[in-house]
Design a binder for this molecule. Structure first.
Ligand code: ARG
Length: 297
């Protein structure tokens, strides 16, 4: 039976701790930027950037990001890039992978809003199927952009579900059913923060990094009710530095775009190990560290 909540008033105190424990993923899937480019405007960050990508620099940045993940203790795997899939490098979006209530691997296939990204989905579904995941499809036609919008609460069988720009709110009943996990739904209210992963980074069971300006009161209230420690990112670092589009590894390490000194300081003051990387070429497409990998359980 699906369980979807929209406000703190709907959940009991200590809600996350009451959800089943889950392992923290240490394996990440990435897609080489062989065909990466900016050719249209799918989000406001892409405006004016068509034809401006420095491909050699993008290649170097992608390899440096891969090395940063490995330095943080992750194992990195790669999927074969497809020609003409210029956004495939953003491999957080095509699926949501995880474990269901019985510990079985499940991969929910996304239903991408933009037609040009739909070819990416079967390639990822096939990759996860080969890994032993059961690939599932949503029952309806609504849009769903995988872990760009649906993010696991670290260490718990609990999903944060963003919606409004790329994902439709209705999908979360089915997503909750497929994983046997409750979903805490967050409405997104600012078009530059079109995916949940641009304004929300779940670092470990207690800690989240968020840009409050992307959410409404119910959303912020829900985040504060569930995480003990909510690090607030300011607008400049969230918007220009993609600071919230960071990736946490093992609850102890964070990889983040370089040039976010206030966020980095806030993370380090909590004892987190921070590795900074340059993702400037990918930010021209509206994505940074979090979007460029997929957690593999
Ligand atoms: N250009 C891509 C798009 O608009 C960027 C996706 C970034 N991914 C993310 N999870 N925020 O679809």
């Amino acid at each position: 039976m699906s369980e979807v909540f929209d406000s703190a008033a709907q959940i009991p105190a200590g809600f996350a701790a009451s959800c089943d424990p889950q392992p923290l993923p240490r394996t990440l899937l990435m897609c080489p930027p062989t065909y990466f480019d900016v050719v249209d405007v799918k989000n406001p960050h892409m405006a004016g950037h068509a034809g401006t990508v420095d491909f050699e620099l993008a290649e170097r940045q992608w390899h440096a990001l891969r090395e940063a993940f490995i330095a943080c203790g992750a194992t990195v795997e790669a999927i074969e890039p497809l020609e003409d899939c210029e956004d495939m490098v953003f491999c957080a979006n095509q699926t949501l992978a995880g474990l269901d209530a019985g510990g079985q691997r499940v991969c929910v296939a996304s239903q991408m809003r933009h037609a040009s990204r739909r070819r990416e989905v079967p390639a990822f579904a096939a990759w996860f199927e080969r890994r032993g995941y059961e690939v599932m499809h949503l029952p309806g036609e609504e849009y769903f952009e995988g872990s760009g919008d649906a993010i696991w609460h670290p260490g718990r069988s609990l999903i944060w579900g963003g919606y409004g720009y790329r994902t439709d709110p209705e999908v979360y009943d089915a997503v909750s059913d497929m994983f046997g996990a409750p979903v805490l739904r967050l409405a997104l209210h600012s078009e530059h923060f079109y995916h949940l992963d641009t304004s929300f980074c779940a670092i470990n069971e207690e800690t989240a990094l968020v840009y409050p300006g992307a959410f409404d009161e119910a959303g912020i209230g829900l985040i504060r009710a569930v995480f003990k420690d909510v690090i607030e990112c300011d607008e400049a670092e969230a918007l220009r530095g993609f600071a919230c589009n960071a990736t946490a590894i093992a609850g102890t390490h964070v990889v983040i775009h370089r040039g976010n000194p206030r966020t980095v300081e806030a993370l380090r003051s909590r004892g987190l190990k921070v590795v900074e990387v340059d993702t400037s070429e990918f930010m021209k497409s509206g994505g940074s560290v979090f979007c460029m990998k997929m957690y593999v359980f």
